[in-house]
Every structure is written in structure tokens, then in C-alpha cells.
Design a binder for this molecule. Structure first.
Ligand code: PMP
Length: 354
């Protein structure tokens, strides 16, 4: 059993220094979720990606796509980085751009939380909050980012959905870190996807290192088509329904996900009620203040733990903190407006103070 699982050891102190913002990306702790593990009989771990210096799992992808563009000679000093992003990639890119002297331009759907829009502007990014329309519509934020960058000198559209430098960043860092932190004793990895970068990159690394023994599952929010795609053997249905979870769910198979989709062991959907309940439960039992996509991941990890049985080790991703969504997740009024106030168990309603 891992020392962390016994609750005996503190996080190891690193005696090395790192080089600036980009040097601080990655090497996040793997947190043993004690209460949930006791409840399920499995050993459930969350990779603390909220500890990245820009606050989310997307710092790794942001650094990965910028480094890749630099290495390929597409981006030189003083250049411009353009992206379509629901928020966290933009925040990661804005930090990386400041640290490396690039201009950052972000297109995002105007349905995203005000906290994220404000933060991007404070980080010096030029933000275009545009109407949230489907990917098929030419006015979709992602296409607007591509068009903005077209024909501009020393300007790149980082194209996080279909640029596999995104998944590669997780293949080279997140996956190997998880393998090392579990000492190779990992029965399954599960997480939700937006671009698919985390799932595909971590999944590929773990499959290779375990010689196919580690299972890799996808967890979906309502309104995403991926679960039905995987469980139907590749039928893509029209997107319908929605979720309060930000940054995850998908209507198509992105190039990042495409690199791994055939190797997935399974997929299932987690209803918003369960994700909200888990936001509050993790706060109450573990002291973890995490966003709804992380909560969805933890619900899914617990369900997979029950499926795989007592003693199985399941790892998931704690993508970001709740700070970016607190005006929503901890507001009774907002949850009520989404029909979700009843998802908070009675004894945890005290936390919904906004
Ligand atoms: N959770 C949050 C909060 C996110 O912003 C994202 C990225 N959109 C994800 C999860 C999913 O990560 P990925 O893009 O690697 O699939």
C-alpha cells in the first residue's frame, strides 16, 4: 500500500527550484480520497491538477502547445497566440504568454462564468466572449479563433481540440507521474473530456506502461455524445441536453480523442445531481474545494471502484478548484434556477452560503 494511502506521510519536500511559471507546471500530488475509499472498498485517488500554477489541468496542455509551436518554428519572440477556449486553457495560455512575452487572444462562449472572463482580462489577454453556438456553425468560438489567426504573421491558433501536442503533454508528464505515484499498481484511470487531451495522453501512457493491464474509462456529463458513441461501437448521435459542468462534454470525436478512442475500456454518464452532491461531499469530508468537472470525475471513479471491486486502485483528475465557479456552485439561487438545489444533501446545505 502507498504511504499516502496509509495517511502516514506528508507531501515530500522538493529541495530543487524551478524556472519560472512554466517550470512550476506539473509534478502535482496524487491525493488519496479516504472517505470515498472507505465507502466503496476501492482505493480512490485524485491527481491534484488544481495545484498547477495557473490553477488547472490545462496548464500542461497550454505549455505543451506553445512549446510545440516554438520547436516547429511557428512562433517567434513577440508573436501572438490565439485560442478558442471555455476558460482554463485560456488561463493557462495567458500565463504562459506573459511568462514568454507573447500576446494572447482568447475567444470563448459567453455562457462561461464571469470569474474566468475577469481573470483572463486581468492576465492581460484580449477576450472575445461570443454567442454560444454549435460547432457546425461558422460563428462557433473555435472557428472564430482560427479565422482571427489566419494570414497573420508570427501568430498561431493553438487549436487545442485537434492539436495532438495537447494529448502529448499528458502522455509525457501526467501519465508517467501517475504511474510513478502508484508504483505501477493502478487498475483503472477514468476522467471526463473536453478536448480529450488528458484522457488520451494519460490513457496512452498508462496502457503502454502496464502493457494493457490498466483499464481506461471515459466519464461523460449529460448532453455529451461520447458515451453513446463508445457504447454503440462508433455511432455519432446529434447532441442534445446540457450540463452545469463547465469545460467537459463533447459533440464530436476530436483529433486528440481519436488517437485513443479505440483503446477505451468503457464509458458512462454521470448526472449533474451526483456531481453537485460530490462537490459538497468532498468539501465536507476531505476539505477539498473543487470544481464540478472534478466532482464528476470522482463520482465516476467511485462507481468504477464498485464495479472493479474491493481493493482496486482507481485514479482520476481533480481538474481545477471551485474558486472559478463559486458564484454558481455555492449559490442556492443559482442551483435552484437549474433545478439542482435538491442535489445538496440536507446536512451539507450550510455550505451554500452565496
Ligand atoms: N475540466 C475542466 C474544468 C476543464 O476546463 C477541462 C478542459 N476544457 C477539462 C476538465 C477537460 O480536459 P481536456 O480538455 O484535457 O479533455
Amino acid at each position: 500500500m502507498l504511504a499516502a494511502a496509509r495517511g502516514l506521510s506528508q507531501r515530500r519536500f522538493s529541495s530543487t527550484t524551478v524556472d519560472g511559471f512554466t517550470g512550476a507546471v506539473g509534478s502535482t500530488p496524487l491525493i488519496y480520497l479516504k472517505h470515498l475509499s472507505e465507502k466503496t472498498g476501492a482505493r480512490i485517488f485524485g491527481k491534484a491538477e488544481f495545484q498547477n500554477p495557473g490553477g488547472s489541468v490545462k496548464d500542461r496542455a497550454a505549455l505543451g502547445v506553445v512549446r510545440d509551436a516554438e520547436e516547429r518554428g511557428l512562433l517567434q519572440a513577440g508573436g501572438t497566440v490565439v485560442e478558442g477556449t471555455a476558460g482554463n486553457t485560456g488561463i493557462g495560455l495567458a500565463h504562459v504568454c506573459r511568462a514568454r512575452g507573447y500576446k494572447c487572444v482568447i475567444f470563448m462562449p459567453n455562457t462561461q462564468s464571469q470569474e474566468k472572463i475577469d481573470l483572463l482580462r486581468m492576465l492581460g489577454a484580449e477576450v472575445h466572449a461570443v454567442p454560444a453556438v454549435a460547432y457546425e456553425n461558422p460563428a462557433n468560438y473555435n472557428h472564430q479563433a482560427r479565422d482571427y489567426a489566419k494570414d497573420q504573421p508570427n501568430t498561431i491558433w493553438t487549436n487545442q481540440f485537434d492539436n495532438t501536442a495537447n494529448a502529448n503533454a499528458h502522455y509525457l508528464t501526467t501519465g508517467p507521474e501517475i504511474w510513478e505515484q502508484t508504483q505501477g499498481k493502478i487498475d483503472a484511470f477514468i476522467c471526463a473530456t473536453g478536448t480529450g487531451g488528458t484522457l488520451a495522453g494519460v490513457g496512452k501512457a498508462l496502457k503502454e506502461k502496464s502493457e494493457g493491464k490498466t483499464q481506461v474509462w471515459l466519464a461523460d456529463p449529460p448532453g455529451s455524445v461520447l458515451t453513446s458513441y463508445i457504447n454503440s461501437g462508433g455511432k455519432l448521435v446529434e447532441r442534445s441536453g446540457s450540463s452545469i459542468t463547465e469545460g467537459i462534454g463533447q459533440g464530436r470525436i476530436t483529433d486528440n480523442l481519436q488517437t485513443f478512442v479505440k483503446d477505451l475500456d468503457g464509458a458512462f454518464t454521470v448526472p449533474d445531481e451526483k456531481s453537485i452532491e460530490m462537490v459538497y461531499e468532498l468539501l465536507d469530508t476531505e476539505g477539498l474545494y473543487i470544481g464540478a468537472s472534478s466532482a464528476l470525475n470522482v463520482v465516476a471513479a467511485a462507481e468504477l471502484g464498485l464495479k472493479l471491486g474491493k481493493g482496486s486502485t482507481i485514479v482520476t483528475i481533480l481538474c481545477d478548484g471551485a474558486y472559478r465557479y463559486q458564484s454558481r456552485l455555492f449559490s442556492k439561487k443559482w442551483l435552484q434556477s437549474k433545478g439542482l438545489e435538491g442535489a445538496i444533501p440536507g446536512h451539507l446545505k450550510k455550505y451554500a452560503v452565496l
